[in-house]
Design a protein around this ligand. Structure first.
Ligand SMILES: Nc1ncnc2c1ncn2[C@@H]1O[C@H](COP(=O)(O)OP(=O)(O)OP(=O)(O)O)[C@@H](O)[C@H]1O
Length: 578
């Protein structure tokens, strides 16, 4: 019997296709056209760099072409100094020099966001403009042109070389998107708080994005040096960085088709205007209008097009494939007697915690414990201070008095992402699941540790979530909430704090959650603090209940006892408890 033939990898196919198309185009194109195409390929590299910093990590950077200028300068200097290794080594060296600049810019920029970050990065771009205008480009005096690599010396051959570099970067980015680092960047863009809650260091993520994007831009600058032979500061002007940023925002250069479209626009559009007798600078105006459109439409052109395609595909598929595991219940719900604490030291202990927002005391001398191996309910009317307690315990409240202990060790002063890594995990009342990820990738990110493909599938089946490769965008809100709990539990944290996980659930979904919540201590060795308004869910899953009102603890104990307490009924439950 013949062994089944292995299909070639799509990336390999893409690489071959790109080289063939580039070689054939180069064969037919005249000099001017080849020059323009090479310019488009170089601009595509700049767009790939924007796709990393802004498209993936959501960080505004207006200095990417300054990193390119550093790459170009280093390649020029290596050429003049006849550095060993030739053009390939110089290109990488240029990228690495730009990476150093990326980290140096990224570090102070970590504390900045939005307009402030835009101003800071633009200031760097203009400063570097001034510096490079003062220093002649290496080789400029003697017309010492950059030596292109052997085999790619003619213009058309060099165009093929630039396409190969673009393709190699696309392969690298594709690989990045499939790693947890790539997923972390997307989560940082979506919600920094959610990222921190999953143990991701937002600072480290942004710095990684700065470093990687600067490397790519530096390589792009080096490529441009090879194209032009000698570059000038005008090739990397701060103003051009802003124009490119606007294009990147408009087309969405985190997507392959967006990066190529952006590269073509950046290189061809100004020349087209020139040919029409319109001043080239007006191109920036068009790009700016495009960028404003993104704010109106809520996404870049390619992001919107991809979303439309996914929705069509999902509609065609009908109901989503949901793997059913039907595992044997570990703990029967409802009839189960409250568990005895597994250990004398509670998994989580809160001592005399007070949080004030101006004149309002949201948490007033709150003390409670979540014993190991138990599910503890936290209930109370709206505004009682439950979410504030979760925020404070997990490190999201700036200042508070009192103490938070994890497995007996104080964690006060420890930032949120480190508390998460130490085993304090939480969900948010307002769902913060990024739609750009697949179900499997989100599960891995929320778990905060590497999971095998089998572990991912098993966990998804347990929580009756869609298959790992389904885009989250096509998943309903209730299932997203289940997915979040599934991901957090998969990380086997010491404590899981869930803020209204049943909000928006149907009765069948609540029942599933009810079963899984009761099992979390046994299955994952995780204690749970459950904030819920669904009293039946609390009664059936919790070993004990804490009741808060006006920021204070007013009762605690076994669910049936506490929920029948007249003071609790008066404060919160009313006649619903009877
Ligand atoms: N960041 C903040 N700044 C000012 N006041 C706040 C802030 N966060 C919460 N509060 C106030 O603190 C009090 C407690 O709010 P919190 O959200 O903790 O209550 P809750 O019990 O979780 O309510 P719900 O059940 O509606 O979620 C409320 O009066 C709220 O308005």
């Amino acid at each position: 019997m013949n062994a089944p033939r292995r299909k070639p990898h799509p990336v390999v196919l893409g690489l071959i296709l790109a080289a063939v198309v580039a070689a054939s185009v180069a064969g037919f194109a005249n000099n001017n056209f080849t020059f323009m195409l090479t310019g488009a390929a170089v601009s595509t590299v700049f767009m790939q760099s924007y796709g990393l910093i802004t498209g993936r990590a959501g960080v505004i950077s207006l200095c990417q072409l300054s990193f390119a200028a550093i790459g170009a300068w280093v390649v020029g200097w290596a050429n003049v100094s006849d550095l060993p290794g030739g053009f390939y080594a110089w290109l990488v060296l240029g990228g690495l020099a730009a990476t150093v600049a990326g980290v140096l810019i990224g570090l102070p920029a970590l504390r900045l966001r939005g307009v402030n970050l835009a101003v800071a990065t633009f200031a760097f771009a203009t400063a570097l403009d001034v510096v490079f205008t003062g220093i002649p480009y290496p080789g400029q005096g003697n017309y010492d042109f950059v030596q292109r690599p052997a085999g790619f010396t003619t213009d058309s051959e060099y165009f093929v070389f630039t396409v190969i570099v673009v393709t190699v970067i696309f392969i690298g980015l594709r690989y990045l998107d499939r790693t947890r680092t790539g997923g972390a960047l997307v989560e940082i863009r979506h919600s920094e708080r959610a990222a921190a809650a999953h143990g991701i260091s937002v600072a480290k993520g942004k710095l990684t994005a700065f470093a990687l994007s600067a490397f790519v831009a530096g390589v792009g600058g080096g490529l441009m040096a090879g194209q032009l032979g000698i570059v000038t500061p005008g090739n990397f002007a701060a103003f051009a960085s802003v124009s490119f940023f606007a294009i990147a925002l408009f087309v969405g250069t985190n997507n392959i088709e967006g990066a190529i479209a952006g590269g073509v626009m950046g290189a061809v559009f100004p020349s087209l205007l020139d040919a029409l007798g319109v001043p080239q600078d007006l191109a920036a105006l068009f790009f700016g209008i495009g960028a404003v459109q993104v704010l109106r439409l809520g996404g870049s052109q390619t992001d919107l097009m991809r979303a439309k395609r996914r929705r069509k595909k999902a509609a065609k598929m009908g109901s989503l494939p949901i793997p059913h595991a039907n595992p044997k219940p570990l703990v029967p719900i409802r009839l189960r007697a409250p568990r005895e604490p597994a250990d004398a030291t509670p998994a989580l202990e809160v001592r005399n915690l007070s949080v004030r927002f101006g004149a309002l005391t949201a948490n007033d001398d709150v003390s409670l414990a979540v014993p190991k191996g138990c599910v503890v309910g936290l209930v109370g009317p709206n505004g009682a201070g439950k979410s504030t307690l979760i925020n404070t315990v997990t490190g999201f409240t700036g200042s508070y008095s009192g103490q938070v202990l994890l497995n007996g060790e104080p964690v006060d002063g420890v930032p949120a992402h480190r508390r998460a890594r130490m085993g304090l995990r939480r969900s948010f009342q307002q769902l913060r699941v990024p739609e750009q990820l697949t179900v499997g990738m989100f599960l891995r990110i929320a778990a905060g540790k590497s999971l095998s493909a089998e572990e991912v599938d098993e966990q998804l089946a347990l929580f009756e979530c869609p298959a790992a490769d389904v885009p989250i965008e096509t998943v309903d809100v209730a299932t997203r909430r289940l997915l979040e709990v599934a991901g957090l539990a998969a990380g086997r944290p010491a404590v899981l704090l869930l803020d209204e996980p049943a909000a928006g659930h149907s009765s069948a979904e609540t029942e599933l959650l009810q079963r899984r919540l009761s099992e979390i201590p046994e299955r994952f060795d995780t204690a749970v603090l459950l904030v819920e308004h669904d009293i039946e869910l609390v009664r059936s899953t919790c070993d004990s209940v804490v009741v808060m009102d006006f920021g204070r603890v007013i009762a605690f104990g076994p669910p049936d006892e506490v929920l029948a307490d007249p003071a609790v009924i008066a404060a919160y439950l009313g006649s619903a408890a009877h």
